[in-house]
Ligand binder design. Structure first.
Ligand code: CS2
Length: 493
């Protein structure tokens, strides 16, 4: 099969092999600026917008993808070389592959090289929505206080260098100031990160920064910026070299960075778009009054479920989520955690069949074609723990109910943070707090509580005598018998 590099001029040559955008990309103008063009954005929002653009009346809703961090240089270069095009490879539970070229990212900017261009694009009159996938850790929240972390040196940098910011807060503030100045109209800032109340958090953090850096802007923001909450869902593992090779082999498409994902997709948003929005209902997005119950369910069951399998699986020496959940003891441990500890904290849910949701979840985790790397799942656990697992722990403790499985996972995380699994192989840990985690994990070997005294992750959890008791027992048991023996024991109780 003849091979073609993926770019605009080769589209007709590959039209028989994959689904292509049927719209003329030259007619698309930017209505959305998106920050964080990683795999998830490209499997989710950019895919929904791609479908939307098939209807010519939506041509003003193209995306300008912004790579914010130095670390994002590579994806920016790929987008530039491929004219914003990439292949989305959807892997069904039965292994069927669906491949489609996504065309909705029609502009792309690399912020470290062109901060002014990014600020101007965000401030542009035609831009009506700024969307974010900057990860749980990107919101600059001090978990211990729940407040904005003013001590972060990049925040201080942004205040002193407003025209050349480094953080999302510096960028947004400059752009909003120009919008106000030039009368460019209101705008919606939509977070697509896995955080309960992601719109509220975005608003609170941005306003905290603006109160510090440019307080005169606050009244304008109150009247001209909306921050809807949203829930996003689609499992999107990191692309690995064999994904690139498979695409080349099966379709002859040379794509430097395709995106691989599951077929499940969900996007639930609060309908609060102050500058208007596209008709996303037409492509399956749900608009609701209150996203909170959906978000709580998704974070508590799916994201926490991932962390549970990831942490236990990593210690036991598994590499992917599907491998780990195919161990029946891990699967049983997960089921008990979701039923006995998470589900009771979700009692304010209406209209959702939780039993069905959990069933689907296990099938999604078990998808052997997805091969979601445990390393991805366990990366930045210090930012994920407060969002995924701590709400369950707090809810259960407040109601005097069991936290045995959550405490077990946290104890396993303390041991994981030493960086060696039970097969004596080293674990590649990626975490902004890695040094602190390692230091506390080391202390925990003689005093397990030391680990849960990391306030930035656990708040005041170490003052709960009932939690400490069950956590310490789990810690000592895992150290003595290993994870598998302990979970077999817990599962048989
Ligand atoms: C995962 C998420 O990173 C994680 O911890 O749980 O990336 C998850 O795959 C997505 O939220 C799925 O929607």
């Amino acid at each position: 099969m003849k091979q073609y590099k993926l770019n605009s001029s080769n589209l007709s040559a590959i039209s028989e092999r994959v689904a292509l955008p049927n719209y003329n990309r030259k007619n698309i103008t930017t209505g959305i600026v998106h920050v964080g063009v990683g795999g998830f954005h490209r499997a989710h929002e950019a895919m929904y917008i791609d479908q939307l653009l098939e209807d010519a009346s939506n041509a003003n809703w193209g995306i300008c993808g912004v790579a914010l961090l130095n670390f994002d240089q590579k994806i920016h270069n790929v987008l530039k070389e491929q004219g914003g095009l990439y292949t989305l490879v959807i892997k069904e539970l039965d292994g069927t592959l669906t491949k489609e070229v996504i065309g909705s990212i029609t502009e792309y900017l690399f912020a470290p090289d062109s901060p002014t261009a990014v600020i101007e694009k965000m401030a542009d009159k035609a831009t009506k929505i700024i969307t974010l996938t900057i990860t749980e850790g990107g919101y600059n929240l001090n978990e211990a206080t729940g407040e904005f972390n003013y001590e972060n040196p990049t925040i201080v940098h942004d205040k002193n260098n407003p025209a050349e910011p480094k953080t999302i807060f510096g960028y947004l503030t400059q752009a909003l100031a120009i919008r106000k100045e030039n009368n460019n109209g209101p705008i919606t800032i939509l977070s697509c990160d896995n955080i309960e109340g992601n719109g509220h958090v975005t608003k609170k953090m941005l306003l905290s920064y603006i109160a510090f850096a440019q307080p005169a802007l606050l009244p304008w923001i109150e009247l001209n910026v909306s921050f809807p909450n949203s829930m996003v869902d689609r499992i999107t593992p990191a692309t690995i070299p064999s994904d690139i090779a498979l695409l080349l082999e099966t379709s002859g498409i040379e794509d430097q960075w395709p995106v691989v994902c599951e077929s499940f997709q969900q996007w639930v948003i609060e309908d609060d778009f102050i500058a208007g929005r596209p008709n996303l209902e037409a492509v399956g997005v749900q608009f609701v009054k209150d996203v909170a119950p959906f978000e709580k369910m998704k974070l508590g069951l799916l994201n926490a479920g991932h962390s549970v399998i990831g942490i236990l699986g990593s210690l036991m020496g598994y590499n992917t989520i599907d491998e780990a959940i195919h161990n029946p003891e891990i699967a049983k441990f997960l089921a008990i955690y979701l039923d006995n500890e998470v589900t009771p904290t979700l009692n304010d849910l209406e209209g959702v069949d939780l039993t069905q949701y959990k069933k689907t979840l296990v099938a999604r985790f078990s998808n052997v074609y997805i091969k979601d790397q445990i390393e991805r799942i366990c990366s930045e656990t210090s930012a994920k723990m407060p969002k995924f697992i701590m709400p369950t722990v707090q809810g259960q403790l407040a109601a005097n109910r069991s936290v045995s499985h959550a405490a077990f996972v946290i104890a396993a995380w303390a041991i994981y943070s030493l960086g060696v699994n039970e097969k004596k192989e080293s674990i590649n840990i990626k975490d902004a707090l890695q040094e602190v985690l390692f230091a506390k994990a080391t202390l925990a070997q003689t005093n397990p509580v030391a680990f849960i005294q990391i306030e930035a992750v656990f708040g005041t959890l170490s003052t709960s005598a009932s939690f400490v008791a069950v956590y310490t027992k789990s810690y000592n048991d895992i150290m003595a018998y290993g994870v598998e023996k302990c979970i077999i024991e817990l599962n048989s109780n």
